[in-house]
Design a protein around this ligand. Structure first.
Ligand SMILES: Cc1cc2nc3c(=O)[nH]c(=O)nc-3n(C[C@H](O)[C@H](O)[C@H](O)COP(=O)(O)OP(=O)(O)OC[C@H]3O[C@@H](n4cnc5c(N)ncnc54)[C@H](O)[C@@H]3O)c2cc1C
Length: 409
């Protein structure tokens, strides 16, 4: 039998909900309940490419990512076990005027923030990336402290660390509605009809967050957009484990090593949004339009060919797709929902919830507790676009364009 009263209820046990639970518990925010309709860490947070890209042109985003790295060290200590961070480094490649400008901006931002970076020549690039045809590379920027981490393991790390500090975790417990009246929230009603009460409710329900907001007439400014990557068959001599991940803006691509295989992420010129009301409760039951994966390859593979000449013939072993929640300005959504006291949102990950989740959770915790926030919260305010309708096709297109136009990793 579950307790009936809490100080904070968090809906969603993905990276954003679990990181928020961890950050609240660390700040001794009282009696906290985290609910998920599925297993914890089982949805978008188990489908990521897992890049923890440190350098960003927006300083606040670098702060958020740095916080995630700090959380990983803290949680490893608290849990007494490694979370499997792989410090492989990253290489950003430029082969055009436009991408060189982007690389220079990144280089400047990284240097200002103290992130180690160096330009490397073709020979060194080839040493680090044996699979790459480096003749296509004009400039390469190497950041040796970038890393990747298994996103499901990171998510369960936040959850287990939060539980260790007293948070109650309830997987397989679906929330039917967020209860509110007289301009404030008072708790949630579960799918079986049971009500649980708290003066603070955090909506961290990922791609589904707007379905819970709809009855409250609140629209969070994001839509789920298909993100995907392909994994080649294993070829350990060509794709050695732990080699740097790459960001190749001229090919709208990134790559990452995966135990002797290569992960290849490609971004189509016109990304695919989904109406949130079309989503199934579990992503396993959702059709990400599998036939289109090959159409995307037809469009994108030629762009990668100068760097990977035999991409047309490479055996592909796996295809992974999932929803990334994009916001028109490609920033996140963290903070109070103005129309209801006690209602907070942590959503709109813009394909960066693995890297920035620890920081998003920290900002959410600070705002919930009234502490002074470590980054400017106005950048992430849920209402910064005014009233939006996330169920309209026009708004969904605006959000998808934020992914289509993305340049970084
Ligand atoms: C293909 C792909 C590649 C990616 N690569 C990267 C990367 O390299 N680096 C990076 O930083 N990010 C990456 N991301 C993004 C990252 O995966 C997301 O930012 C992150 O997983 C979002 O976490 P979340 O908690 O918002 O969502 P989720 O993990 O989906 O969690 C939301 C949870 O809410 C629960 N829920 C929903 N509705 C209810 C309800 N009514 N009641 C109870 N529970 C509910 C769901 O069951 C779910 O568990 C990638 C994403 C994809 C799809």
């Amino acid at each position: 039998m579950m307790e009936k009263n809490y100080d904070v209820i968090i809906v969603g046990g993905g990276l954003l909900g679990c990181a928020t639970a961890y950050q609240l518990a660390k700040r001794k925010a009282g009696n906290i309940l985290l609910l998920d309709g599925n297993e914890i860490a089982s949805q978008a947070s188990s489908r990521a490419a897992c890049l923890l890209t440190r350098a960003r042109t927006k300083p606040a985003l670098m702060e958020l990512v740095q916080e995630t790295y700090d959380c990983i060290s803290e949680m490893e200590e608290l849990l007494g076990e490694p979370l499997g961070l792989q410090q492989c480094g990253s290489i950003t490649v430029a082969s055009s005027e436009a991408s060189l400008k982007g690389l220079e901006a990144l280089e400047e931002a990284a240097t200002r923030f103290g992130i180690p970076n160096e330009r490397i020549g073709r020979e060194r690039t080839k040493e680090l990336l044996p699979w790459m045809d480096v003749e296509a590379v004009d400039v390469a920027l190497y950041m040796p402290t970038d890393a990747f981490i298994d996103s499901a393991l990171l998510c369960s790390g936040y959850a287990r660390a939060a539980a260790r500090m007293g948070v109650t975790l309830r997987p397989n417990c679906r929330v039917k509605e967020i209860m509110a009246g007289n301009g404030k929230v008072c708790g949630v009603r579960l799918a079986d009809g049971e009500a649980v009460f708290a003066p603070v409710v955090v909506n961290a329900a990922g791609a589904w967050a707007n379905l819970l907001m709809r009855p409250l007439h609140v629209g969070l400014p994001f839509t789920p957009v298909r993100s995907h990557f392909w994994i080649t068959a294993i070829d350990s001599s060509r794709f050695p484990a732990g080699h740097p991940f790459t960001v190749i803006p001229d090919a709208r691509a990134f790559t990452r090593s995966d135990v002797g295989a290569l992960i290849i992420g490609l971004r189509e010129s016109c990304c695919q949004p989904f109406d949130p009301s079309a989503l199934t409760d579990k992503l396993e039951d959702f059709d990400f339009n599998r036939k289109a994966e090959w159409t995307v390859l037809d469009e994108c593979a030629p762009l990668l060919k100068p760097y990977l000449h035999d991409i047309d013939d490479l055996p592909i072993a796996h295809y992974i797709a999932g929803p990334s929640c994009y916001v028109p300005d490609a920033m996140f959504i963290v903070g109070p929902v103005a129309s209801y006291d006690g209602l907070f949102a942590v959503a709109g990950c813009c394909g960066g919830g693995v890297a920035a989740g620890g920081g998003m959770g920290r900002l959410a915790a600070e705002l919930i507790l009234g502490d002074s926030p470590f980054v400017d919260p106005a950048l992430f305010a849920p209402d910064r676009f005014g009233a939006v309708d996330p169920f309209s096709a026009d708004f969904q297109r605006r959000c998808a364009d934020a992914r289509s136009n993305k340049k970084g990793g």
